[in-house]
Design a protein. Structure first.
Length: 437
């Protein structure tokens, strides 16, 4: 099993840990043996997390949680939960209206606004009404099949995409979604590819390559030759290698098999023609820049503020090992998602953006999760809202607010089991998420 989940690793008879770092800084076996052998390793990052020497910390203070007062988010309605009423082990603290034994916590997170979904009945959702306090890091939890994706992806996102982004799509069954006037942008950051051909890469996706091409156009050698920005593009004729049309590889169509890409014999994968590659900045031509990883490029372009800023966003999401020109189809789902996050980091924030992520920790190591959480909490710190559908306890425990669905999956789910801070969810015996926390 290739796995990052700590419970799976702890159950293994034998573990082989690769590293020590990602990308070009990895590729070696740093530890192997039993779980105890891994824990004892001084160079294994995985072992450090499994042993507890290193951990994702619980926030000392949930800064966006208000002082006492029992206030619900504005516009919210009391949620009726038959699961809560029928379970005798549930805490009996009532909500402010006094007609539900739902565990909501004494205090809802501080927010002057909320998005309220009323009467959600899509798939197995049982007439769910719930408020999402804006300006917070919110986790939607529950066992598989409990209704998380139905609520957030099929209802909330489809409504946001239609009303805010003017997109198409049909939301799942519900009565209403209120509070959309409080946000000006909605973004769904998933793990789908950022591109499907070798022409697409991290540098083009975050608009970094546009700045690099402009820089090369301003070089004295380029001006003498009359080169324009298009000269340094592998998408148009002029500067690219025409033998592969700037792909750096040629597609070999295979009958009855998947097509394969073969390195171009003319440019040797460099994408550009000889004349274009003669222009250099600090000794490097455009192809050599695309072959740099993010960390190398940060050092190379240290004196160019705009380029350095975009490179820093890729570094901040933990992708400093990624090559700027790495073809998009070769990126993992987690890498593609973090490139998308980097693009958002490079934009000017209005503080009214709502981000949705569905199980973003899939395929991520503990270290990658650290980077991810740092970025997501950074979005919230400037006033934005992050809603994450997640099972990972390290993510859930850092949330400002948790909404737990269930109690079971399928026909046994579709209800709100508990709402509150992670500490309050942990105190709810009827919540499987609470028991795990």
């Amino acid at each position: 099993v290739v796995e990052h989940d700590d419970e799976t690793m702890k159950a293994a008879d034998y573990v082989v840990d690769f590293g020590p770092g990602p990308g070009v800084r990895g590729g070696q076996i740093v530890a192997e043996g039993s779980v105890e052998d891994l824990k004892a390793s001084e160079i294994s990052l995985t072992g450090a997390f499994l042993s507890g020497r290193r951990r994702i910390e619980i926030p000392k203070q949930r800064a966006r949680t208000p002082p006492s007062g029992g206030r619900q988010p504005p516009g919210s309605a009391p949620v009726q939960s038959s699961a809560a009423r029928s379970n005798k082990t549930r805490s009996k603290r009532s909500d402010p209206v006094g007609n539900s034994t739902l565990v909501q916590g004494a205090d809802a997170p501080r927010s002057e606004a909320a998005i309220t979904i009323t009467g959600a009945k899509h798939h197995n959702l049982r007439d769910v009404t719930v408020s999402l306090p804006l300006g917070n890091f919110i986790c939607i939890t529950g066992v598989s099949g409990s209704g998380k994706s139905s609520l957030i992806n099929d209802i909330l996102w489809e409504v946001l995409n239609r009303e805010i982004n003017k997109g198409t799509g049909t939301p799942g069954a519900h009565e209403s979604v209120a509070g959309l006037e409080h946000i000006d942008k909605a973004i769904d950051i998933d793990q789908s590819p950022i591109g499907r051909t070798p022409r697409s890469n991290p540098a083009t996706y975050v608009k970094l390559f546009d700045l690099i091409r402009d820089l090369y156009t301003q070089l004295p050698d380029s001006k003498r030759r009359g080169f324009k920005p298009g000269r340094f593009s592998f998408n148009v004729e002029g500067g690219r290698c025409e033998a592969c049309e700037g792909n750096g590889a040629n597609k070999l169509e295979m009958d009855f098999l998947a097509d394969i890409w073969v390195t171009c014999p003319v440019c040797q994968g460099r994408r550009f023609n000889k004349e274009t590659l003669e222009v250099r900045f600090k000794g490097k031509n455009i192809a050599e820049v695309l072959d740099m990883d993010v960390q190398q490029a940060l050092e190379h372009f240290d004196a160019i503020p705009k380029i350095k800023m975009l490179l820093q966003t890729l570094h901040d999401v933990g992708l400093d090992y990624l090559k700027l020109g790495q073809p998009s189809p070769t990126l993992s789902g987690g890498e593609a998602q973090r490139v998308k996050l980097a693009k958002e980091l490079g934009k000017r924030s209005t503080g009214k953006t709502l981000y949705i992520l569905d199980e973003p920790t899939t395929g991520l190591h503990f270290v990658d999760i650290e980077h991810l959480l740092r970025v997501l909490h950074g979005f919230v710190d400037v006033g934005n809202t992050v809603i994450v559908v997640e099972h990972n306890l390290d993510v859930i425990k850092t949330a400002d607010w948790v909404i737990d669905l269930g109690p079971e999956g399928g026909s046994g789910g579709g209800q709100i089991v508990a709402m509150g801070t992670p500490e309050e969810i942990a105190a709810c015996e009827a919540s499987y998420t609470g028991q795990a926390l």
